[in-house]
Ligand binder design. Structure first.
Ligand code: GLC
Length: 422
């Protein structure tokens, strides 16, 4: 009788999270991503919290177990070597922390999730205050050494938005001559037209080799790396996280942490990312001083960060994206010639990004746009399944399937309650 049972999307989402559970940490999807990824795990904790709060905290505990002595929390944690993924621990050679890991980080969404969980269980959150403080501080020291108030990424992977066109021009100065032979595993599992191109991958691997040669000494990397690009996504997420860390410290009556000063720095610096030609906040190559040329979904995260000076312009941009494709929010400006609706971060819609942008829209009172994003996300998942990401043009599901953060966002955002208009 089992196969005749009709399961709700909520049940399927919970099932995906259980199946991707590797015992205290959740992998993004089996095959393509067999380890623990930083911001994936944080979104997963929000999904888990809807049905198993202890397991949600455990997800965060296992992520923070990998924190480096300098405060960084790595972007991948390699608990066991899995030859199906490249580049694995032997390529990264990052032995600076308590667990084998990559040598870069990812957008710091953890403080915001922990604040949410702490509202019901404040004491469980207490040990996180100093750990978050150390991680956030690390961003300012290692990724904004000149105190510009904008946070750089030293690898496209550090932004979490791997192959965004914004990284193309800054990446031109990466030397790929000595990258040597390597064999990608991702294109064995997903169609090459949905993944980064070979020229992008050469750059990714060259940057991993660059960091490994410097034993992941972050001061040397930020001083010497050919790739050092201020990212509106990371900067906005950190600014929101700093505000949420401050709120958490207040909730717990913890003595002052460094967030207040860091918030002031980011608030003062954020406008450096404004690109008047694009009419949005754009990546800024700190080696050349040039902005990326077009709007991306990350620009809208300014609202999530509480940067509201240019809100009419941002809402206007969002309406233009909508007019061009009808499904929100494409990761790259659909009016650009570089827009590629199925290729990863060069066009597709990602559920977790929509979740954050919608929060920012709600914060500024744009309820109908926020509802629109929620409705679009629900419809995409309902029609195409729990895919890694979605085409904003056709609505098809792309990349990996049974994807943890898509399932987690479904649960955390209550998408099962969104009315279907057929
Ligand atoms: C890709 C995504 C990144 C994500 C990872 C695991 O690298 O670009 O954001 O964390 O996959 O899902």
């Amino acid at each position: 009788m089992d196969d005749l049972t009709i399961r709700t999307h909520d049940e399927i989402a919970r099932d995906i999270l259980r199946r991707n559970d590797r015992g205290g940490h959740t992998i993004p999807t089996s095959g393509l991503y067999p380890y623990q990824w930083n911001w994936d795990s944080v979104f997963v904790s929000l999904g888990l919290a809807t049905f198993d709060r202890e397991r949600a905290w455990r997800e965060l505990d296992t992520l923070f177990e990998a924190q480096w002595p300098d405060g960084m929390i790595p972007h991948i944690i390699f608990r066991a070597d899995d030859p199906s993924y490249f580049p694995g621990p032997s390529v990264w050679q990052a032995n600076n922390g308590p667990l084998a890991s990559s040598g870069i980080t990812q957008p710091p969404v953890a403080a915001s999730a922990i604040l949410e969980l702490a509202r019901e269980e404040p004491e469980r959150a207490r040990p996180y205050v100093t750990k978050l403080d150390a991680w956030h501080n690390w961003f300012h020291e290692a990724r904004d050494p000149d105190g510009l108030g904008v946070i750089a990424v030293t690898h496209p992977w550090e932004s979490g938005r791997d192959n965004l066109p914004d990284w193309d021009a800054p990446g031109d100065s990466i030397n790929v001559k000595d990258v040597g032979g390597y064999s990608r595993r991702d294109t064995d599992l997903v169609g090459a037209e949905m993944r980064p191109r070979k020229e992008d991958y050469d750059r990714y691997i060259a940057l991993v080799r660059f960091g490994a040669e410097r034993q992941w000494n972050q001061r040397r990397i930020s001083a010497e790396s050919p790739f050092f690009v201020a990212d509106p996504g990371t900067t906005a997420i950190l600014l929101r996280a700093e505000r949420d860390l401050e709120a958490l410290a207040q909730l717990l009556d913890e003595p002052s942490i460094g967030a207040t000063k860091r918030i002031a720095s980011l608030e003062a610096g954020f406008d450096r990312l404004w690109n008047p030609e694009a009419g949005n906040y754009c990546a800024l190559d700190l080696r050349t001083g040039k902005h990326a040329e077009a709007s991306t979904s990350a620009g809208f995260l300014a609202l999530y960060a509480g940067i509201t000076d240019r809100k009419p312009k941002l809402v206007e941009q969002l309406a233009a994206f909508d007019h061009a494709v009808g499904r929100l929010v494409p990761s790259y400006d659909p009016r650009s010639s570089l827009f590629d609706h199925r290729r990863y971060w060069r066009g597709p819609v990602w559920a977790h990004v929509n979740f954050m942008i919608a929060r920012g829209l709600l914060d500024i009172g744009e309820e109908s746009w926020a509802n629109r994003l929620r409705g679009d996300t629900a419809a995409l998942i309902r029609d195409a399944g729990f895919s890694e990401y979605f085409s904003p043009v056709t609505g098809e599901g792309c990349g990996g399937g049974t994807f943890s953060w898509t399932a987690a966002i479904w649960l955390a955002w209550g998408l099962g309650e969104v009315e279907v208009l057929d």
